[in-house]
Design a protein around this ligand. Structure first.
Ligand code: CTP
Length: 404
């Protein structure tokens, strides 16, 4: 099943380290080439000789034992198709989440640009710790796959959540990543995410509650399916693909239009502000004695509508030429009432190929939730409802639907 695949396992210093010997065997039985890196503490629980024998490869521990002309952490990162860190201790999770590279394993993760699976295992109190949870959120937001620990009797004697998830689950997830069809390879996706930020003066702005999670999930999935992804976003995020940071609707418009000619798909998942302040003060506006304060707003350009106009112009200027590239344009439609009715009106007004309608009035889906439920409208008038699921699952289905 895993013939020709290179799996890099990172073992950190937790009692569950002994279980990873069996995981190595499972990968090897499937035909994978397995390399192992250990933190120095991991060797308190499992020996280098055992890991070496099972993986049939030298085990990496020291960062500066350079075997060839490339630093060890770069050659490990280059070689592997996937990295699996199991068990991942709270200590290593904290280091990875904060970009600390103080041993070979953490340096490799920092340089790694392919899928990373992290399987934490620790005492239940540590797992529930707010800082550990914040670090887990950071890793997950950076696109790493977290295999949540399970509940049960822990090696420290307590009962709770913290036990390494089953090796079968880790194995299946690895196969899922490695077998993922890269059917978007060669396709360029431009995706926007997050709410735009419209300045009022040098210290104040207006924006909206959009978290950017849906757009980022779309970018992650397109990237995992092999696409060349550019994410244009107001959200501060680190990803293994190209990110263009913007603030205002105007910035976003220029960034998206600059990518237009190269794109096969443009997905406008951003919540673009409809208005901006007419005059932006270049200093902090002072409080006055008046009880009210007004800012005059003017309309922002409609980026999505503009893309349709660019597409129409490009197509009409090239009549007769068959090789004209015109991206598939996908819009989002955030509504708090009359979802489908408003979405139908928007798709015809904006002229996009697909419109993804979501109900932002529901608390269990939408804006900052990790879940969504949407209806995909196509320009031919047909519709497809996607029931409530994680934003990653919804993103996968949207991409499958729009991919032609
Ligand atoms: N959009 C855009 N430029 C704007 C406003 C919206 O490109 N100035 C895009 C959004 O990224 C989204 C789609 O248009 O893909 C619909 O956005 P939405 O906020 O639902 O609709 P609006 O056009 O802003 O209309 P309204 O606020 O009245 O619902």
């Amino acid at each position: 099943m895993l013939d020709g695949k290179n799996i890099l396992i990172g073992i950190t210093g937790g009692i569950a380290a002994y279980k990873i010997c069996e995981l190595i065997r499972m990968y090897k039985r499937s035909g994978a080439n397995v390399r192992v890196i250990c933190t120095p503490n991991a060797l308190n629980f499992v020996t280098k000789l055992t890991l070496q024998n099972l993986s049939q490869n030298e085990v990496g521990i020291e960062e500066f034992s350079i075997s060839d002309f490339k630093p060890e952490h770069i050659s490990f990162a280059d070689e592997a198709d996937i990295m699996v860190i199991a068990p991942a201790t709270a200590n290593t999770i904290g280091k990875v989440a904060n970009g600390i590279c103080d041993n070979l394993l953490t340096s490799v993760v920092c340089a790694f640009r392919k899928p990373i699976i992290i399987a934490p295992a620790m005492n239940c109190g540590m797992w529930e710790n707010i800082f550990v949870q914040n670090n887990i959120d950071k890793l997950s937001a950076a696109g790493m796959c977290i295999m949540e620990p399970e509940e049960g009797f822990l090696a420290c004697g307590s009962n709770g959540v913290g036990r390494l998830c089953s090796l079968d689950k880790i194995y299946e997830k690895t196969v899922e990543f490695l077998k993922q069809k890269k059917y978007l390879s060669g396709k360029k996706f431009v995706i926007t995410a997050g709410g735009t930020i419209e300045a009022i003066d040098s210290v104040r702005y207006i924006s909206n509650y959009s978290s950017g999670k849906m757009g980022i999930a779309l970018a992650d999935i397109a990237f995992e399916m092999g696409a060349d992804v550019t994410l244009i976003t107001t959200v501060d995020t680190e990803k293994p693909y190209r990110i263009i940071r913007v603030k205002s609707a105007f910035d976003m418009k220029s960034a998206v239009e600059a990518e237009f000619d190269k794109a096969d798909y443009i997905i406008m998942a951003a919540a673009v502000a409809d208005y901006r302040a007419k005059n932006i003060a270049d200093h902090k506006l002072k409080k006055t004695d008046a009880e009210t304060f007004s800012v005059e707003f003017v309309k922002n350009p409609d980026i999505l509508k503009g893309l349709f106009e660019l597409k129409t112009n490009a197509l009409s200027n090239c009549s007769g030429q068959s090789a004209i590239k015109s991206p598939i344009i996908v819009g989002f439609c955030a509504e708090s009432e009359n979802l489908i009715e408003n979405a139908k009106e928007k798709i015809s007004k904006k002229g996009c190929d697909y419109l993804i309608a979501n109900d932002i009035s529901r608390k269990d889906i939408g804006f900052s939730s990790d879940y969504n439920e949407v209806t995909i409208l196509k320009k031919d008038g047909t519709m497809k409802h996607l029931p409530r699921a994680s934003k990653r699952e919804i993103a996968t289905k949207i991409i499958e639907e729009i991919y032609e």
